[in-house]
Design a protein around this ligand. Structure first.
Ligand SMILES: [Zn+2]
Length: 196
């Protein structure tokens, strides 16, 4: 079945013959409309700018933890527990888990991200951002579209942080023109009409 094949694709169990041909259950290709990509780019820079991501001591995991979201490594779980969390995960990706569940005692909503720590540091960051995206984008269930959105968000976050780490793009702009300028300029740029 088409749906099952796509699921395998996104869980990494098996790649389709031609990923470009894969589509959602109703035949819609799993591409995002360009305005949605723009929304996600903007959400990424707003999220980062809110916490002054150009600071020397910026720590992306701390940023997420300070929003009340727990971050765990896969190795913190027994295989059984990991499997339980996989079942309730909003994510279809095997590299990470995003779980929202009531606290067993207080009933309070818990939000948890778990990631496969057997990856290099940039890959771990992408996994954590992908799972974080499911929360930021208010996904409520597993979906192929949700996977594409989460990966898009993780990509945008990673690129902003890499450019910062390597070239201090954000810091340079904020020092020269102020914090509102950074986000506003990106917002204006992605809303600009094409010049023909
Ligand atoms: Zn996911």
């Amino acid at each position: 079945m088409e749906e099952t094949e796509n699921m395998k694709h996104f869980t990494g169990r098996e790649l389709p013959d031609n990923a470009l041909k894969a589509s959602m259950a109703d035949g819609t290709p799993y591409v995002l409309p360009p305005w949605r990509v723009n929304d996600i780019i903007l959400l990424a820079i707003e999220t980062l700018s809110d916490v002054d991501y150009y600071r020397d001591d910026f720590d992306y995991k701390k940023m997420i933890r300070e929003q009340g979201i727990k971050i765990k490594k896969f190795s913190a779980f027994s295989p059984d527990n990991l499997e339980k969390f996989r079942k309730i995960s909003l994510s279809r990706w095997e590299e990470g888990i995003c779980a929202l569940f009531p606290h067993p005692v207080t009933g309070e909503q818990c939000r948890m991200i778990a990631y496969n720590e057997n990856r290099n540091s940039i890959e771990c960051m992408q996994i954590v951002f992908h799972e974080y995206a499911h929360i930021k984008l208010h996904h409520t269930q597993q979906s192929i579209n949700g996977e594409v959105e989460a990966t898009c968000f993780a990509l945008a976050m990673t690129i902003f942080l890499l450019l910062e780490q390597l070239f201090h793009v954000g810091r340079t702009v904020v020092n020269a023109a102020g914090k509102p300028f950074l986000v506003q300029t990106i917002r204006n740029a992605i809303k600009q009409k094409e010049v023909v």
